[in-house]
Design a protein around this ligand. Structure first.
Ligand code: UDX
Length: 451
């Protein structure tokens, strides 16, 4: 039996970053009463004021609407969260540790402990953060040892697969849900918690498959999914290296193998490689955890995946150097894109920003334009210049580097851009321009994995 304090379980969301803020807003949108919790007062003030602290399509409108409905609030008070919630989602960050490949679990531990001290009635704590396998058991032990309600507090693990840029859509319409649980009660509570998601799917004639499993499997699902995706990208980028050596075209190769349903065409876009706040640190933490478990050799290939990914950054720089005639020293370079992918302002582990830093190191005079990521990029890499438009970044450039495939860049007119630059030379780091069109317009073009 599911015992609610109201008709539907009341939800709290601990951690209001990309994952938590989106989850909180979307669950409120689905009709739940939600309290978002964070230790960062400035962030909480912003959210309560209707402002999303990062760029995510469609999220701010939903935030504003659900604040107005009264279903959604944000606080820094864990005691209030414990009183309010039947189900508490843990959505805090698990970044890479400064001194090793492993995940830093400090935020998970402190969020869980801060909540535990106030939990004096039956409740479900649901982990969503990406964590090393074994964390759910530790979280359960911390809760049982530190909550006034003791063993009445249960744990579930419910990994999240949302993509930046599609976070709202992925949360409202997930392609699957994974419930790592130990009891029927925990499973029932999760069913009730996601009733809104199931109802929406039914109304749209869809189904959301649910995989009910144990803690360890649920934790591993997330990291193995990300490891697979990273491997797929590095696979095609390894093929790009072979294509470069043999005169073949990796985009045609990807298209041809992608028609095989066993392979599939998604995540076969060769280019400067993967970045972001998830894939890079998740595959590293996965390797570290496997080594702790004595099966490090099983994931040795992920170190190769990382190396292939890094080599693409160097390759993009080499192509730019080649276009510049052998050296970037003193060369004016216009960089298009700083974020790790389009429709995001996230520059964490961004290939675009890393290549920009390498060009700067090589002596190039760099000006960067990104439609959304400039503020974050400037904080991460203050030593280069930033422009507020594409034309401004390209103005007088001797080499242009296209490093993030924003719509605005994909559709840029080669003849119009030619008017602005000093030399019509461009590296397409994302294979998103039509080489025939650009070459016909007089551009010298270099691509990754293509002649
Ligand atoms: C990823 C996972 O997709 C998501 O399920 C998980 O929850 C979090 O990590 P995200 O970090 O938002 O999501 O980015 P994603 O869209 O997966 O792209 C990751 C990186 O791979 C980007 O830098 C992107 O440019 C790159 N990429 C993606 C390629 O280089 N080629 C491709 O074919 C696909």
């Amino acid at each position: 039996m599911v015992a609610f304090t109201s008709q539907r379980p009341r939800l709290t969301v601990l951690g209001t970053g990309y994952l938590g803020a989106t989850h909180a807003v979307c669950m409120a949108e689905l009709g739940y009463e939600v309290l978002g919790v964070d230790v960062d007062e400035a962030k909480i003030a912003k959210l309560n004021g209707g402002q999303v602290p990062f760029h995510e399509l469609g999220l701010e409108a939903l935030l504003v609407r659900n604040l107005a409905s009264g279903r959604l609030r944000f606080t820094t008070d864990h005691a209030e969260a414990a009183r309010f919630g039947d189900v508490h989602f843990v959505c805090v960050g698990t970044p890479q540790k400064k001194d090793s490949l492993a995940a830093d679990l400090t935020y998970v531990e402190s969020a869980v402990l801060s909540l535990a001290r106030h939990l004096d009635r039956r409740a479900l704590v649901v982990g969503k953060s990406t964590v090393p396998v074994g964390t759910a058991e530790r979280v359960e032990a911390v809760l049982h040892a530190n909550s006034p309600a003791g063993n009445e507090v249960e744990v579930a693990w419910n990994p999240e697969f949302l993509r930046e840029g599609f976070a709202v859509e992925d949360t409202l319409r997930p392609d699957r849900l994974v419930f790592g649980v130990k009891s029927g009660w925990a499973k029932d509570m999760l069913d009730a918690t996601y009733r809104g998601v199931f109802e929406l799917a039914r109304a749209e004639d869809r189904e959301v498959p649910v995989v009910v499993t144990d803690f360890a499997t649920a934790e591993l699902v997330k990291v193995s999914a990300n490891a697979f995706l990273a491997t797929k990208i590095s696979f095609i980028n390894a093929m790009a290296e072979v294509c470069e050596a043999s005169g073949a075209d990796v985009t045609e190769l990807a298209r041809a193998i992608g028609y095989d349903v066993r392979i599939g065409s998604a995540f076969l876009r060769a280019g400067v490689g993967f970045g972001g706040g998830c894939l890079p640190k998740d595959i590293r933490a996965f390797r570290a955890r496997a080594a702790e478990l004595g099966v490090g050799h099983a994931l040795d290939f992920l170190s190769e995946v990382d190396k292939i990914n890094d080599r693409r950054r160097q390759r993009a720089l080499d192509l730019a150097t080649e276009l510049a005639g052998g050296s970037l020293a003193g060369v004016k370079v216009g960089v298009l894109g700083a974020t790790f992918k389009p429709n995001s302002d996230d520059v964490r582990d961004s290939p675009a920003l890393a290549i920009t830093a390498m060009a700067h190191q090589a002596g190039a005079v760099v000006t960067v334009y990104d439609p959304q990521g400039t503020d974050n990029a400037r904080r991460a890499l203050p030593d280069v210049a930033y422009a507020s438009s594409l034309d401004e970044a390209a103005d007088g450039a001797e080499v242009v580097l296209l490093l993030t495939e924003w719509e605005e860049f994909r559709h840029v007119e080669p003849l119009a851009l030619a008017e602005v630059v000093a030399r019509t030379r461009i590296v397409d780091g994302r294979n998103c321009l039509d080489p025939a069109v650009w070459r016909a317009a007089g551009w010298e073009l270099r691509l990754l994995g293509r002649p």
